[in-house]
Design a protein around this ligand. Structure first.
Ligand SMILES: [Zn+2]
Length: 327
């Protein structure tokens, strides 16, 4: 199903140069790859210099990082709604509402950054998931393609993940930038730093910065075809009449993120070993299976469909292009 083929058929996309780049770690204070990298880069940002820009590291939720918890009062990565951002601070606000406004002022509406990286870990077996909330961000899709094609022999696969929502309904931190990509690596337990996951995250960010630098230098990137996993629905655990979880992720589904789930496949099992089966009508691709942080959100896994997109070629928009008057 190529639903966006027509939308993305324009032969070449032109984007302005990318000069302001921010890399958020610790948006969730217990996702340690981003926390560790942001802290390191705040002490020594030399690794983030490129010839055409200097990326800026930022610890997004420093209070949550200090306590090694996901958030203090409210999930920061759900606080970037128009409602929250346009309201004035009040004493009763959750800490993260105020922090979201600060970050938006500094990197979003106050001074629009060109590219936002937001670094996360998941406890699910998601490999390297490149998550975005806009299907129209061709620059970000080219960056993802560059990361995928630069992965070479690296064992951790790279997936394109799309939460397809209108910008006005976007509540995620990455929404504040002009272009963005959330890098979600797993599996890694909360509060734990695994060296292999850390080095993969670092490599992906550096590779992304290299791509943006090449783009700024005028390198043109050809059109390509890519697979996107687009969110269909969120599935809750089975619950008893008290609202308690009554069945758990089935052993056959555990760690099978991005593996096709067919009608009739087992998805849950009760404590007594009774299996429950997927009753959908088509093959889907489950993700965020048994993610620890999603128990409170009543999400056992997120179902996606795999769609193939043609992404148009990408080139730098020059001032001449912009005004249509070559020098
Ligand atoms: Zn996270």
């Amino acid at each position: 199903m190529n639903i966006t083929q027509e939308e993305m058929m324009s032969s070449t996309m032109e984007c302005s140069p990318v000069s302001r780049v921010v890399i958020f770690g610790g948006t969730h204070g217990n996702e340690m790859s981003g926390v560790t990298l942001a802290k390191h880069w705040l002490k020594d940002p030399s690794e983030l210099h490129r010839t055409t820009f200097m990326a800026e590291p930022c610890l997004a939720n420093p209070l949550a990082v200090n306590k090694c918890v996901r958030y203090i009062d409210s999930d920061l990565n759900r606080c970037f709604s128009e409602d929250v951002l346009s309201s004035a601070d009040s004493d009763n606000d959750p800490y993260e509402f105020k922090r979201a406004r600060e970050l938006n002022q500094r990197y979003g509406s106050g001074c629009l950054y060109d590219f936002v990286f937001d670094l996360h870990n998941t406890t699910s077996n998601m490999g390297a998931t490149l998550l975005r909330c806009s299907k129209d961000d061709a620059l970000s899709l080219h960056l993802a393609n560059y990361l995928q094609s630069s992965s070479g022999s690296v064992s951790m696969p790279c997936y394109n993940f799309l939460i397809d929502i209108p910008k006005k309904d976007n509540i995620y931190l990455q929404n504040i930038g002009k272009h963005s990509c959330c890098i979600e690596l797993g599996p890694q337990p909360q509060g734990v730093t695994r060296a292999d996951v850390l080095s993969r995250m670092r490599q992906l960010v550096n590779c992304g910065l290299d791509f943006l630098d090449l783009f700024n230098h005028g390198k043109e990137f050809p059109s390509f075809q890519t697979d996107i996993y687009r969110v269909l629905s969120r599935v809750d655990y089975p619950r008893d009449s008290f609202g308690e979880i009554s069945a758990f992720i089935h052993n056959d589904l555990q760690d099978k993120d991005y593996v096709p789930l067919k009608p009739g496949d087992p998805i849950f099992t009760t404590i007594n070993g009774e299996d429950l089966f997927y009753d959908g009508e088509k093959v889907v691709y489950p993700t965020f299976i048994n993610e620890a942080a999603y128990y409170e959100k009543k999400v056992a896994f997120i179902l996606t469909e795999k769609v193939s997109w043609k992404v148009p070629a990408l080139k730098l928009k020059t001032p001449e292009d912009h005004h249509g008057t070559p020098k």
